[in-house]
Design a protein around this ligand. Structure first.
Ligand code: 13P
Length: 308
């Protein structure tokens, strides 16, 4: 099946009441992990690239071309989205490089500037048949190189107004999740009532949850048992993210859990077989762990497994 139009993939998710998983990739191995997971679960997936990945791969256009060619090998549908572009210019570059959808993140801007710049990129993108995700409200934590300390929850009426003013195709909202977790003793509370109120303002519209990996403490422990020193940060639980999907979130971004299991597997392999230095030997089990984690999210959090 290969790449499909974002609208077609979203329409299917909305009609069948599940969420699309969006997973950041930065290499052949991580792209294979997500695509193999999707194929095995008969699930659609959004293949994402971030500003960090853009730097890592050096040539975004070459990387996106590789994703496009890879997608043709699979039976389930995908689309390619550039995550968190901080400027209109970065969005335009992502479009030139072949992304089918771009996220403009103006969430840190004053409301009027966020509207104005989102509108500018929507006009540019729609002429080229490209989808635009925007953001209203603010998540705490790190996103690439930008750190926000406090959450600013999304106001439901403002969300509706923002969509009308900008024409954005999907909107990321803040209802309790965080990027990469924050310090705390327990899972963060997710405001399901707010999620429902936001969804009720525009039924059938694709609202998006960012920062939706859960950082289960047992994943951190597994990494630290292999010599890691990962801090026990907290985020929303998988059960609460699954409930947010039922409450109206139709795209869910989850990365850090995948990155954590990938690193754990590399550490484990190198601890157990210190004489081996062929990277193919330790990158393959790491890729398989990443794939298993994505499959787990499709089955337990998104409800997207078995949909294709
Ligand atoms: P996590 O930080 O929870 O992995 O979320 C990823 C994300 O929102 C990317 O945009």
């Amino acid at each position: 099946m290969g790449l499909k139009n974002p609208k077609e993939i979203y329409d299917h998710a909305i009609k069948n009441d599940y969420a699309l998983g969006a997973f950041n990739t930065f290499s052949l191995e991580t792209a294979l992990a997500v695509m193999d997971a999707a194929e095995e679960m008969r699930s659609p997936a959004i293949i994402q690239v971030s500003m960090g990945a853009r730097k890592f791969v050096k040539n975004l256009d070459v990387y996106v071309e590789m994703l496009r060619r890879l997608a043709d090998k699979y039976e389930v549908p995908f689309f390619i989205q550039h995550d968190h572009c901080p400027t209109v210019e970065a969005c335009k570059e992502a479009i030139e490089a072949g992304c089918q959808s771009v996220m403009f993140d103006g969430s840190h801007l004053p409301y009027e500037d966020n509207v104005e710049q989102t509108k500018e990129i929507v006009e540019y993108a729609h002429k080229r048949n490209i989808w635009v995700e925007a953001e209203l409200g603010c998540l705490p934590g790190f996103e690439d190189f930008v750190f926000a300390e406090k959450a600013v929850y999304t106001n439901p009426q403002k969300a509706k107004e923002f969509i009308a003013l900008t024409g954005c195709d999907a909107l990321a909202v803040a209802v309790g999740t965080s990027h990469g977790g924050v310090r705390g003793d327990d899972y963060l509370p997710l405001d399901l009532e707010l999620m429902k109120k936001i969804a009720a303002e525009k039924p059938g519209y694709p609202f998006v949850l960012h920062g939706a990996a859960s950082l289960p403490p047992e994943l951190i422990t597994a990494c630290n048992e292999q010599g890691g020193k990962v801090e026990y940060l907290r985020n929303c639980s998988e059960e609460s993210i699954a409930a947010a999907v039922k409450a109206g979130a139709k795209k869910v971004n989850m990365d850090v859990d995948n990155f954590l299991v990938y690193t754990t597997e590399v550490r484990k392999f190198l601890n157990e077989k210190p004489s081996i230095y062929d990277p193919r030997k330790y990158l393959k089990p790491a890729e398989e762990a990443f794939q298993r984690e994505v499959m787990h999210k499709m089955l337990k959090v998104l409800g997207s497994s078995g949909q294709y």
